[in-house]
Design a protein around this ligand. Structure first.
Ligand code: 5AD
Ligand code: SF4
Length: 489
C-alpha cells in the first residue's frame, strides 16, 4: 500500500524524534529520514528565500512511471514543490531506462545540458536512478566523466530514497548506492499519483524469463510477487480516494503468485480485485504468451471490470528466431493462443511488441513476422529495431544484422502494422462506447479525451468537470488510431 493522504503521514511523522538514532525497521526508518530531510530543505529554502523545486524526469515504461510517482511522493513530503522545467529546479532526478541503447544515449546527452545549468546554479542537486544505474559500466562512466552528479541509486533500493537524499545533504561527495538484487518489498511509503481517477499498481517486480535480447532480468532482478492482501488493501484505499481504474503492473503478470508462501494464480488475484466495490475497470500488463492460462481467458471472458484489451508481445513470427530469443513458444503455438482468446472474447483488442533485426534474422524469418501480423490483425503494435545490450546472450551471437537491413525491415513492418491497425480500429464506427474521461484535449479546449475499454482514445465536446467520469460516447469518425465522438445522455 502507499500513502497519499497527508493527515496519515503527518500522524506518523509526529511520533518520530529525529534527535534519536534512526529506526532499523522499514518503512519507519524512511519516515525518520523524511522528517530529517524536511529540516534540510527548510534551511536551504530560508537561505534562498523561496520554496525549493524538484523536477522528476521519467524514461521508459509504466513501471518507471509508477516508481517516479513514489519518488515525487517522498520529495514532496520533504518539502519540495514539483516543477517541470529543469532550468528552475533545485533537485533534478532522472529515472532511467536501459532496455534499448538509445535510451542510454538520451540520458548522457541531457546530463551534458544539466551540467551547464548546474554551473549557474551550484546548489542544484542531480540524482540518477532506475534500470540504467544497475549496469556497472554506466556507473563507472558516471564516476569518471560526470562528477557533477550528486546521487546514484538503482532499482532495488528505491524505497531508501529519503535516506539517500539526507546522505546527499550531509555529504560533499557523490553518493552511490546500487544493490545487485533484493527479495525485499517495502510497503506503506508516500506516493504522488499523477491522475486522481486511475492508478498503476505493482503486483510483482523483476523477471525470470531471460529472453536472450533483454536486459530487464539483469537490472530488475528475480521475480517477486507482492502479497495479495497488500495489493487488495492498496486498491481499496485508491478506490476510497476516487480511483475507478487500475493498471496492474508486472514484467510478466501471468506468472504472478508462484513464489508466494501461499501460491496464487494471476487469474485468482484478478477475481479478488474484481470484488472491490467502486472499482470500475481493471487493466494489466505485460503478459507472456507462454504463461497465459486458460483460467485467465475464462476469467477475462466473464469479467465485468477487466478491460477488453490484452497486450501480448510476440517479438517475432519465426519459430527459429523465437527459439534463439528463448521465448519458449512457436509461431503456431502463439497463433493458436490468439485464436483461443478471440473465440472466448470476440471483442478483445490485441496489441503486441515486435523486434526486427534480431541476430541471424533472415528475410524468410522476417516474412514469418509479417505473416503473424496479417493473421492476428493487431489493434496496435510497438515495433523496435533490435538493440544489442551488453551482458545479454544475444549480444555475443554472430550474424548481427546491418543497420540498413534492420531499418528496411522496420519500415516495411511499420507500414503493415499501421495499415492493419487503421482497418481494425475503424470497425467500431457508429457504436456507443463507455469511456473514462482522462484529460482536456491539448489542441482544442472545447474537447475532452476519453479511453475505451479496448484502449482506443476518443475526443469529444466536453469540459473539465467530466474528467475521471465514465460516460457513453457515440463514435462518429475514425482517424486511424483514434475517434471523434459525441457524448450520449
Ligand atoms: N532490443 C530491441 N527491443 C527490445 N525490447 C526488449 N529488449 C530489446 C532489445 N534489446 C523490447 C521488447 C519488449 C519491449 C518492452 O522492449 O519488444 O517487449
Ligand atoms: Fe525482458 Fe522477456 Fe522478461 Fe519481458 S519477459 S522483461 S522481454 S526477459
Amino acid at each position: 500500500m502507499e500513502y497519499n493522504n497527508n493527515k496519515e503521514i503527518e500522524k506518523i511523522l509526529e511520533e518520530i524524534d529525529i534527535s534519536e538514532e534512526a529506526p532499523i525497521e522499514e518503512p519507519m526508518r524512511q519516515y525518520y529520514f523524511i522528517k530529517k530531510g524536511r529540516a534540510y530543505v527548510a534551511e536551504l529554502s530560508e537561505k534562498l528565500d523561496r520554496p525549493l523545486y524538484v523536477c522528476v524526469n521519467t524514461f521508459g515504461c509504466q513501471m518507471n512511471a509508477k516508481d517516479s510517482e513514489k519518488l515525487l511522493g517522498i520529495l514532496e513530503q520533504m518539502g519540495y514543490k514539483e516543477e517541470t522545467d529543469e532550468n528552475k529546479a533545485d533537485f533534478v532526478i532522472y529515472n532511467t531506462c536501459t532496455v534499448r541503447e538509445n535510451a542510454n544515449l538520451r540520458v548522457y546527452g541531457r546530463l551534458g545540458q544539466l551540467n551547464r545549468i548546474k554551473k549557474k546554479n551550484p546548489h542544484m542537486m542531480i540524482g540518477l536512478c532506475g534500470c540504467m544505474m544497475q549496469e556497472p559500466e554506466v556507473v563507472e562512466k558516471l564516476k569518471k566523466s560526470y562528477r557533477f552528479v550528486d546521487l546514484i541509486f538503482g532499482t532495488h533500493n528505491i524505497y531508501k530514497f529519503a535516506e539517500l537524499i539526507v546522505t546527499c545533504f550531509e555529504s560533499e561527495r557523490m553518493v552511490i548506492d546500487i544493490w545487485k538484487d533484493t527479495d525485499k518489498i517495502v510497503e506503506d511509503l508516500p506516493t504522488d499519483r499523477k491522475y486522481s481517477f486511475k492508478s498503476g499498481v505493482n503486483i510483482m517486480f523483476g523477471c525470470n524469463n531471460f529472453c536472450s535480447y533483454c536486459i530487464v532480468p539483469y537490472v530488475r532482478g528475480r521475480e517477486r510477487s507482492r502479497n495479495p492482501k497488500d495489493i487488495i488493501r492498496e486498491i481499496e484505499k485508491l478506490v476510497a480516494d476516487g480511483v475507478v481504474e487500475v493498471m496492474l503492473l508486472g514484467q510478466n503478470v501471468n506468472s504472478y503468485g508462484k513464489n508466494l508462501d501461499e501460491p496464487m494464480t494471476f487469474a485468482q488475484l484478478l477475481q479478488e480485485i474484481e470484488k472491490i466495490e467502486g472499482l470500475e475497470r481493471i487493466r494489466f500488463m505485460t503478459s507472456h504468451p507462454k504463461d497465459l492460462s486458460d483460467e485467465l481467458i475464462e476469467v477475462m471472458a466473464h469479467s465485468k471490470k477487466i478491460c477488453k484489451h490484452l497486450h501480448l508481445p510476440v517479438q517475432s513470427g519465426s519459430t527459429d528466431i523465437l527459439k534463439k530469443m528463448n521465448r519458449r513458444y512457436t509461431k503456431e503455438q502463439y497463433l493458436l493462443l490468439v485464436e483461443k482468446i478471440k473465440k472466448a472474447i470476440p471483442d478483445i483488442s490485441l496489441t503486441t511488441d515486435i523486434i526486427v533485426g534480431f541476430p541471424g534474422e533472415t528475410e524468410e524469418d522476417f516474412q514469418e513476422t509479417l505473416d503473424v501480423v496479417r493473421k492476428v490483425r493487431y489493434d496496435s503494435a510497438f515495433t523496435f529495431q533490435y538493440s544489442k545490450r551488453t551482458g545479454t546472450p544475444a549480444a555475443v551471437l554472430e550474424d548481427q544484422i546491418s543497420p540498413e537491413v534492420m531499418k528496411d525491415r522496420f519500415d516495411r513492418l511499420l507500414k503493415e502494422v499501421q495499415t492493419i491497425s487503421a482497418e481494425v480500429c475503424s470497425v467500431h464506427k457508429g457504436t456507443i462506447q463507455r469511456v473514462l474521461v482522462e484529460t482536456k484535449n491539448d489542441h482544442d479546449e472545447h474537447l475532452v479525451t476519453g479511453r475505451m475499454s479496448n484502449n482506443l482514445l476518443v475526443h469529444f465536446p466536453g469540459d473539465a468537470s467530466l474528467i475521471g467520469k465514465l460516460v457513453d460516447v457515440e463514435l462518429k469518425e475514425c482517424h486511424g488510431f483514434y475517434y471523434m465522438g459525441e457524448i450520449v445522455s
